[in-house]
Write a protein that binds this ligand. Structure first.
Ligand code: PMP
Length: 402
């Protein structure tokens, strides 16, 4: 249909195809070792017991679990979200200020809908989560990168970026940040930087959207308190069941400052009415009647082993000029080749060599070539991770030597 483009909005036409989406399709090839997908490991879940619970939710409580529910989310699910947030380091979240969403991706999108006008700026750490960049792009927002190091967002860089936006008369809708074991960098923002960032945002009158899906996947078992723990009125805090339970259940939430709750909740309702009732009830059961914290400990231990195997392999097989941020939690290892290397090109060569990673270009609003890459260790067994690193070694080492 030649005129089909006429049907599309400027907004839809402007949405960039994410490099990661292509990679995920390629990564399904069973002959490739995938270091690309950040899927959680689910085989450790008590699947038989969960199956029984899911079945009973239909056979015994079907008139409720298959029915519409309240837009803000079911009250027991909002309580369960508060239980999970206590594990994140927010002990006193109010279930009245929680809005349940179909995953935190929908909460990010709702934040755009509720807080941003087309053309506004969203300040992001660079690199940042590709799904958030796609939402910002869809809502016609300008993602502006603030500088990071191996500890995450640099407060002075954030301050300078916000000063510049003020000088240019730009409206900053919010800062989007992932302080704990970020996707893709794995970086853990230290406590003093968390306070500093809250102080800088308060000074500039900028709202913070804090996204924390990985906080409890801490290899030392001690999550760092989120920014929202101390600075509740400045922060829209996002949580999810995706990494501690199941991403397929599609349940996440936002803990919203009281003054913003009504608009956030109405924005969410206009997009999706509410999150799946059955998914909420199953997630609530997981938190209330299963050893969810034991499961988090188990998977964190497994991810730690895999992260160490991956770390040892890149140190053994890749040129030492490739620098990494050592993960202390989460799903990802972030690497930087020397300036000038193009990891988008290397990805194609890597696929020919039998392994796939995600090139850094996917995770930044900054155009141009990028010498960074993300390796995911969450889903693939240690031996396969090592095999993937070995397959990629000639490609990576040759690019370093070039
Ligand atoms: N935020 C970050 C930082 C993520 O890494 C992800 C998942 N990859 C999401 C949000 C989306 O998660 P959900 O399944 O809760 O929508």
């Amino acid at each position: 249909m030649s005129q089909s483009r006429d049907f599309l909005s400027q907004r839809a036409l402007g949405v960039k195809q994410s490099a990661v989406r292509d990679v995920f399709d390629i990564a399904m090839d069973p002959n490739l070792v995938s270091l690309a997908g950040g899927n959680p490991w689910l085989s450790g879940l008590p699947l038989d017991e969960l199956g029984k619970t899911a079945g009973e939710l239909v056979s015994r409580h079907g008139t409720e679990s298959l029915q519409y529910g309240p837009g803000q989310g079911l009250e027991p699910m909002r309580q369960a979200a508060c239980t999970v947030m206590a594990g994140d380091g927010i002990p006193d979240a109010d279930p009245e200020l929680v809005v349940i969403t179909p995953g935190s991706q929908a909460a990010i999108d709702t934040a755009c809908r509720a807080f941003a006008n087309p053309g506004d700026v969203v300040v992001v750490e660079d690199p940042t989560f590709v799904g958030a960049l796609t939402s910002f792009n869809t809502w016609e927002l300008d993602a502006v990168a603030a500088g990071t190091d191996e500890h995450g967002l640099i407060p002075a860089e954030l301050d300078a970026t916000l000063e510049l936006m003020e000088a240019e008369g730009r409206r900053v809708a919010f800062l989007y940040t992932i302080p704990s074991f970020a996707n893709p960098s794995g970086a853990l923002l230290p406590e003093d930087r968390r306070d500093e960032i809250a102080r800088i945002c308060a000074k500039h009158g900028v709202l913070i959207v804090e996204d924390n899906p990985y906080g409890q996947i801490a290899f030392d078992g001690r999550p760092l308190a989120p920014i929202a723990a101390k600075h509740r009125d400045q922060v829209v805090y996002l949580g999810t069941m995706s990494k501690i339970f199941s991403p397929g259940v599609r349940i996440g939430w936002a803990l919203v400052p009281a003054a913003l709750k009504r608009e956030f909740y109405l924005s969410a309702e206009s997009a999706f009415i509410h999150a799946s009732t059955h998914g909420q009830m199953l997630s609530t059961a997981f938190v209330d009647h299963f050893d969810w914290q034991g499961h988090v400990r188990e998977v964190s231990g497994l991810y730690k082993e895999r992260a160490e195997a991956l770390w040892d392999a890149v140190k053994e097989h890749w040129d030492p000029a490739v620098e990494f941020i050592r993960p202390q939690g989460g799903f990802f290892l972030w690497g930087s080749l020397p300036e000038g290397a193009d990891t988008l090109e290397l990805m194609t060569e890597g696929i020919k060599a039998g392994a796939v990673f995600v090139p850094g270009a996917a995770f930044t609003p900054v155009e141009g070539t990028h010498s960074t890459l993300r390796l995911a260790f969450s889903f693939v067994e240690a031996e396969k991770l090592v095999e993937g690193v070995k397959r990629l070694a000639p490609v990576v080492n040759e690019a370093v030597a070039r």
